[in-house]
Design a protein around this ligand. Structure first.
Ligand SMILES: Nc1ncnc2c1ncn2[C@@H]1O[C@H](COP(=O)(O)OP(=O)(O)O)[C@@H](O)[C@H]1O
Ligand SMILES: [Mg+2]
Length: 287
């Protein structure tokens, strides 16, 4: 654990392993018999309470990896599992498809929300579908609505919301189902720069309050360092793998001008630069 202020607030989280990827490989096959290996032999152990940022150049396989964890796509080889220890016994639960233990927050906010439902109905859709009685989730609804700063907006429909507000709805909708892991695929990439920074700060605070395990995909190095407890750099595809993992032990709220932050930025830049270069080479070599 850090001596530099992390964790700043929130309950202590026991560092047992929560989510494991063991030698995961994903090969896409097209209808003409062609193959594309998007990810090869990836092993990751994400501890409970980690804010795990996966950073990599565009097209390297980040979304593919997140879709595998979400269970939207089957792995070609290897396994993804929740694992841990309870009462001296170790346990393991392999992921076989989508499940309520994982919630996804998508980049494309236009498609993520139901346009015919208002904010409240969008957020409560999951618990209602699961048949949870109203009195069991209503206090939670109020709690998460406050957490994402939408108390005055519960009656609004998606067309009345800004991009940032839509992403807040997505976050509340995911949190209310109380998943073990939040999966976020470049959720702020389509927002303007100011809204993006604001939501990054809010997400950092929400993570401190909830200590939710988060797997966060981004191609933005500064974003990864503002948010993550660990940043993993993916290699350029094909056959992407994890090049390295860097612990980020800076106090929150973080500032990109803090000297320690700048130092980490430089290190990550060097690591990422090679992969961006490799990715652009692959693209320029396509006939
Ligand atoms: N369903 C699919 N079928 C075939 N190839 C795919 C499929 N999904 C993704 N790919 C390929 O896998 C690679 C990684 O894609 P993706 O995971 O979306 O990258 P990223 O999210 O890092 O930008 C790309 O070359 C993409 O074309
Ligand atoms: Mg992607």
């Amino acid at each position: 654990m850090s001596t530099r202020g992390y964790p700043a607030t929130g309950p202590a989280v026991p560092p047992w392993t929560c989510l494991r990827l063991d030698a995961v490989t994903k090969v896409f096959r097209d209808t003409r018999g062609g193959e594309y290996t998007a990810a090869r032999d990836i092993s990751i152990a994400i501890n409970r309470g980690d804010f795990y940022c996966l950073l990599g150049p565009s097209g390297c396989g980040k979304t593919t990896l997140l879709n595998l964890i979400a269970g939207f796509e089957p792995v070609t080889a290897g396994a993804i599992a929740f694992a841990g220890e309870a009462h001296g016994q170790s346990w393991r639960r392999t992921i076989q498809g989508p499940g309520v233990d994982r919630a996804m927050i998508f980049q494309d906010m236009a498609e993520a929300l139901f346009p015919w439902l208002n904010v409240e109905e969008n957020i409560l859709f999951g618990p209602r579908m699961a048949g949870v009685p109203r009195n069991a989730y209503f206090a939670k609804f109020d709690f998460y609505l406050r957490m994402v700063g939408l108390r005055e907006d519960a009656h609004k429909f998606p067309f009345e919301l800004s991009g940032g507000m839509k992403q807040r709805v997505q976050i509340a909708r995911a949190l209310i189902t109380e998943p073990e892991v939040l999966l976020m695929d470049e959720p702020f990439a389509a927002l303007d720069a100011i809204t993006k920074r604001l939501l990054q700060q809010e997400l950092s605070r929400i993570w401190q309050e909830t200590r939710k395990t988060i797997v966060y995909i981004t191609h933005d190095l500064i974003e990864a360092l503002l948010l993550g407890t660990r940043v993993a750099v993916m290699t350029a595809g094909p056959s992407a793998t994890i090049k390295c993992e860097l612990p980020v032990d800076l106090p929150r709220p973080r500032s990109a001008t803090d000297p320690d932050f700048v130092e980490l930025t430089r290190r990550l830049e060097t690591l990422l630069h090679e992969e961006v270069h490799a990715a652009s080479k692959v693209i320029s070599e396509v006939p």
